[in-house]
Design a protein around this ligand. Sequence first.
Ligand SMILES: [Zn+2]
Length: 53
Amino acid sequence: MTDNVEIDPVCGMEVDPAEAVGHSEYEDHVYYFCSKQCQERFDLGPADFADVA
Ligand SMILES: [Zn+2]
């Protein structure tokens, strides 16, 4: 059972937090990423992605 799924805000993929490559906190929300590239893009401009959720 993997109901606990987060959305990677950069690419829109579903990410299981337990298997996420990394995560970043932004404005009290933790975002999980499918790849380091997605995390790096997010970290460069969180405001560009944080709305997607
Ligand atoms: Zn991604």
